[in-house]
Design a protein around this ligand. Structure first.
Ligand SMILES: [Zn+2]
Length: 479
């Protein structure tokens, strides 16, 4: 048997060195590896399976809200980027350019997409002619490239996977509704699938998407009290429609510019899952996206009948739609316990001769490590499904309580600094001026996260300049 604290050797102490813990966990659980080009990542099978589960859940929700998938080219003419002034300013410093094919210089350099508003805008100008063509509700699953200076697997990488929704609407109201509807989809998905409570709200002018009229975000609190912007939904107004000359003939016989939204989440969500739920043993994966939901460890598997029974149970669970793995390798049970705890598998079943004799499996929940109990083998799939549901709910409640206890309402710069420097979000009133945002960034390396929809005031003066406040806003250190 393995020693009780064997896991401590594998990964750094989560309380002493959170960044090192994160690096150890992503590498040692086989989620990811570094690519040969600095800033790139290789998503390994265990990480990719997690992404596929995230994708499937989101894709179902996009389809249920009327969207269709399409695919646009990765290469975009450089001139497209120049058409929307703010957009080019925001993205130009980090775009990768293709200038040559072999030894021949291209007549126009090409951009490897950092996002696809421009190329999609160009195509929409051909496809949208009449009010009958609207709304256009399209989503793309793709990779994008942004040449970042500092990178970390999943959180910030030069190339990442994401989805980007791009919609076109006849009216401003419809496009605004769509923007908020998809923010709501992200929030619901995060809560019901990832077990992560999100702060939803509007970004400041400084933090909004380059080219948008308004950006809304979901912000998750990580276990070190930092914020991870986990998804954004942009109301683009008619900015890109004007830049790309998308016009439609309306019912009244006049040509009009339509209104657009775009929204995206990425492989960053995997980082959110890791840092919102992990513990000293490693990953703690939410059941509905865990690549392995239940691992079965046969005990004394050389004894007659053990492996047969284990495989029978595996089949039962698979028939009930549960993702299950049997580890029948010759590693010791203790090694296996540590391994699957580190990998964050929500539920572990141990089945040995004594369990079989009693008609039970010995169960251990990842969210309550150390506790063991038994469930009857009869109807085991129902018991497992119920346990997975309970684990999800417990993980969500734990994350919610952690988050709620790490938000400090503040009235002064001193209080704001104390809050964000000791692993909290600060909630304050703000005048709305960029100067105050810059000052807070400079003094405390904290940025505005978002302005909640519930704007019930917590004071009347800006936390920074003391002038009359316009907004209630969250501040935090961010990834
Ligand atoms: Zn101010």
């Amino acid at each position: 048997m393995a020693k009780a604290n064997e896991f401590v050797k594998d990964i750094a102490d989560i309380n002493a060195d959170f960044p090192q813990w994160y690096t150890d966990v992503v590498l040692k659980t086989g989620l990811v590896d570094y690519g040969p080009v600095k800033g790139t990542m290789v998503i390994r099978p265990y990480g990719y399976a997690l992404w596929e589960n995230i994708q499937r859940e989101l894709d179902d929700r996009f389809k249920a809200t009327g969207h269709e998938n399409a695919y646009f080219p990765m290469l975009i003419p450089y001139s497209f980027l120049m058409k929307e002034a703010e957009h080019v300013e925001g993205f130009a410093p980090e775009v990768a350019l293709v200038t040559h094919v072999g030894d021949t210089e291209l007549p126009e350099k090409l951009v490897v997409r950092p996002t696809s508003e421009t190329i999609i805008g160009h195509m929409y100008s051909k496809w949208v002619q009449s009010y009958r063509d609207l709304p256009v509700l399209v989503n793309q699953w793709a990779n994008v490239v942004r040449w970042e200076k500092t990178t970390r697997p999943f959180l910030r990488t030069s190339e990442f996977l994401w989805q980007e929704g791009h919609t076109v609407h006849a009216t401003r109201e419809e496009a605004e509704d769509e923007t908020l509807k998809m923010l709501g989809v992200y929030e619901e998905f995060s809560r019901n699938v990832l077990a992560i409570p999100m702060f939803t709200g509007k970004k400041s002018e400084k933090e909004k998407f380059a080219g948008a009229e308004a950006t809304y975000s979901i912000e998750a609190m990580m276990l070190d009290g930092k914020s991870l912007q986990s998804g954004t939904s942009h109301y683009l107004s008619d900015n890109f429609a004007r830049a790309f000359d998308i016009r439609f003939l309306d019912k009244d016989g006049t040509h009009k510019y339509p209104f657009q939204s775009s929204w995206g989440v990425s492989t960053r969500l995997i980082g959110a899952v890791i840092m919102a739920h992990g513990d000293e043993r490693g990953l703690k994966l939410p059941p509905y996206v865990a690549p392995i939901q239940t691992v079965i460890i046969p005990i004394a598997m050389h004894k007659a009948g053990v492996l047969e029974k284990v495989n029978e149970i595996k089949t039962n669970l698979e028939r009930a739609g549960i993702r299950v793995k049997v580890d029948a390798t010759d590693n010791s049970p203790g090694w296996k316990f540590n391994e699957y705890e580190m990998k964050g598998v929500p539920l572990r079943l141990e089945i040995g001769p004594r369990d079989i004799e009693s008609g039970v499996a010995t169960v251990s929940r990842r969210d309550k490590a150390g506790e063991k109990f038994t469930v009857p083998l009869y109807n085991i799939a129902d018991s497992v499904n119920l346990l997975l549901k309970e684990i999800h709910e417990n993980m969500y409640q734990t994350a919610l309580e952690f988050r709620n206890s790490h938000v400090k309402t503040v009235q002064t710069m001193q209080e704001l600094g104390d809050a964000v420097n000791s692993g909290n979000f600060a909630l304050s009133m703000w005048c709305g001026e960029r100067d105050c945002e810059d000052k807070i960034k400079e003094q405390f390396q904290a940025s505005s996260r978002n302005m909640p929809f519930d704007q019930t005031p917590v004071g009347d003066k800006c936390v920074c300049c003391g002038k009359k406040a316009k907004h209630k806003i969250y501040w935090g250190k961010a990834y």
